[in-house]
Design a binder for this molecule. Structure first.
Ligand SMILES: *Cc1c(COP(=O)(O)O)cnc(C)c1O
Length: 432
């Protein structure tokens, strides 16, 4: 199976040791399931690997845009994880969950003055600065509040991560960050060192997402460029690089065709390269941060649907419509993402019916996954989509006034609701 928390018992699919058809009956569909133990396991894998490879003070930050809800921030707090936040809504959710905000890092390519002030008032530890407009605003607001704000500069190292264009972010031509190649990063630091109410504590890059890094070069090349730049800034402007944040992006298995990513081995390889480069350059060793999102929560998630309509267009194609779609998982519509789709209550039958599994919205592009083979379904069968823990609930919408599904957590044989299913009343709550 795609991940070790998935198995088959008799005819039924099992996830985190639960019969998913029972959960579909109990909570209704569509339904998001999250395997709490798997989230914790993934956090611990990163924590241990980074601590072992880089030493104390180096740590993973959970990129919480991947799955933002109160319970997740509680789990991150319990696991000792730090977090990345992108918007005041995410900050608000983390504060509500009681997350220690000094361990949070504020991202985004367009933080408004209100966003910056709110983040400062909530005690966000670090700002990842994306551009000079924002740097000036942070300096001014920190002065008003009598603070010296710690900032990390987001740079584009000019690396092509060999992933989908829509999720590649580390290239020079990107809406994110400041380019090293064009000398703009150098000019930025030169100007920024004069600001009184910000302290540059280090540098950040994020090359992209769903990166498998099979030859190991993507992160290593980025690290070389970043360290060389950091050393240069130390010499030219006396900026001490205390932190180097290598971003997120490790790939996960959506289908059997995806490789398995050995996280500790990749981190170990990166660490040995960073250590030797630091020694060669004769610079102090920075603390290393990484920002996994997907690889913390993706394989902890599964979505369940009920089959509605089965349409066989003679000589063309078969369509199986389910009771969710792009409103709970827009990723195929957005970037053609691959998923594994299973008929959860008939796992012991021959998969010989070829079809597109589609949603219920009024959009032809509302496709969960084309070209699936499964046993020919009947109305009421349960469809499971695996590896949906990242960028599904957090990207969900109410298009066609479809309520968002509930998020049910599974932990050591106990199931509990982390987010309630939206009601129709919820949908009209803000209508005047
Ligand atoms: C999205 C994002 C991440 C997380 O990426 P994953 O592919 O989910 O690991 C990390 N850092 C930044 C800046 C991001 O935008």
């Amino acid at each position: 199976m795609i991940c070790e928390n998935i198995s088959v018992k008799g005819a039924n699919l099992s996830f985190a040791d639960f019969d998913v058809t029972e959960l579909a009956k109990k909570y209704g569909t569509p339904l998001y399931l999250m395997d709490e133990n798997r989230i914790r396991h993934n956090c611990r894998t990163y924590m241990k690997a980074m601590n072992d490879a880089f030493g104390e003070g180096s740590k993973p930050l959970f990129a919480s845009k991947a799955c933002c809800l109160k319970r997740i921030y509680e789990i991150m707090k319990e696991e000792g994880m730090s977090i990345d936040l992108v918007s005041p809504g995410e900050i608000f959710t983390a504060v509500k969950a009681g997350f220690p905000m000094e361990n949070s890092y504020s991202h985004g390519n367009n933080k408004t003055d209100n966003d910056i002030a709110y983040a400062m008032d909530c005690g966000v530890g670090y700002f990842m600065v994306d551009n000079m407009c924002e740097m000036k605003a942070i300096d001014a607001l920190a002065r008003e509040k009598g603070l010296v704000q710690k900032v990390i500069l987001r740079l584009t190292p000019g690396i092509d991560p060999h992933t989908y264009a829509a999720v590649a972010t580390g290239k020079v031509d990107s809406k994110f960050g400041i380019a090293i190649e064009t000398n703009q990063a150098d000019e930025f630091v030169k100007e920024a060192v004069n600001f009184k109410n910000v302290e540059i504590v280090g540098y950040h890059c994020h090359v992209g997402s769903q990166v498998f890094n099979e030859d190991g070069t993507v992160y290593i090349d980025a690290a070389t460029i970043m360290l060389t730049f950091a050393k240069d800034m130390l010499e030219k402007y006396g900026v001490e690089p205390k932190i180097l944040n290598m971003g997120g992006g490790f790939g996960v298995r959506y289908t059997e065709a995806d490789p398995y990513m050995d996280i500790p081995a990749n981190i170990e390889k990166l660490a040995s390269h960073i250590k030797s480069t630091v020694a060669e350059l004769g610079m102090p060793m920075p603390k290393i941060l990484m920002e996994p999102g997907r690889s913390i929560v993706a394989d902890a998630g599964m979505t369940l649907y009920s089959v509605g309509t089965i349409k066989e267009i003679t000589g063309y194609k078969n369509y199986v419509s389910i009771d969710g779609g792009m409103t709970d998982n827009p990723r195929f519509a957005l970037y053609g993402s691959k998923y594994t789709v299973l008929l959860a209550n008939r796992m012991n039958e021959k998969a010989d019916f070829k079809c597109d599994v589609v949603g219920r919205c009024c959009e032809s592009g509302d496709i969960i996954q084309p070209d699936i083979t499964m046993p020919k379904p009947v109305r009421g069968d349960i469809v499971a989509v695996t590896t949906t823990g990242a960028y599904n609930y957090s990207m969900a919408s109410n298009y066609n006034r479809i309520p968002r599904p509930a998020v049910v957590m599974l932990s050591d044989g106990k199931d509990y609701v982390a987010v309630k299913r939206e009601s129709f009343e919820d949908l009209v709550r803000n209508d005047a």
